[in-house]
Ligand binder design. Sequence first.
Ligand code: SF4
Length: 235
Amino acid sequence: MRKLIDIPPATVVPTEDAVLRAMGVPGDQNQGARVERLVAEALEEFRSEARPKGIVAEVDEDEFAVIYEGAGDNDNPSPLLEIFPRAEVVMLFAATLGASLSDRVSALFDDGKLALAATLDATASEGTERAGIHLDGIVLEDARTNGRADAASRILRYSPGYCGWNLTGQRALFAALGPEEIGIRLTDSCLMEPLKSISGVMVVGPAEIHEFTDDYSFCSVCRTHDCRRRIRELT
Ligand code: SF4
């Protein structure tokens, strides 16, 4: 099963607090009129430019094993290598907010409007994550409706470039998924254009399959240990 998904633009618009958090500004303080205006302006630009789209394609365990192996550059062991064989559903995905928004961020930087550019960039990053969350909801609901998953099942996304999955894994992922159809292109250095795009694999399964200890070789240089939050939020 492979399908294109039109993501309703309203679902990817972040809240003001989320934009501030993405910029590292504590949300429990009065930010002042200037910051409030900046965020309001960035949100207006975002609503005007964002064109969210998604694509998903289901693969079986053997197919994903080949995609994940890619060019053989991954760290081994890695969390995903141990998680996906226990999944109920493995779904490749990509989502983008479209070229217009990324172009607008670049134009603002080029014009020297740095504060607005940085605020719109943070807004777009938040919006990109919301596009992923929207796809999560669709895939998990479909899996439950089709009897492939139950109420206890949870979904998490994993992406090339993180947690032992080498960024070059984007090549095999793109070859299998074809996100060019929603306007995402892969550069020679495996970055996505438009920049405000995400891709990877969604893994559906019981919450416990996503749990692991963050003591892989690459975890010692991880700055966020974001897996802890992701696992915590599964419960
Ligand atoms: S500690 Fe960092 S690198 Fe290691 S699994 Fe967690 S998020 Fe990934």
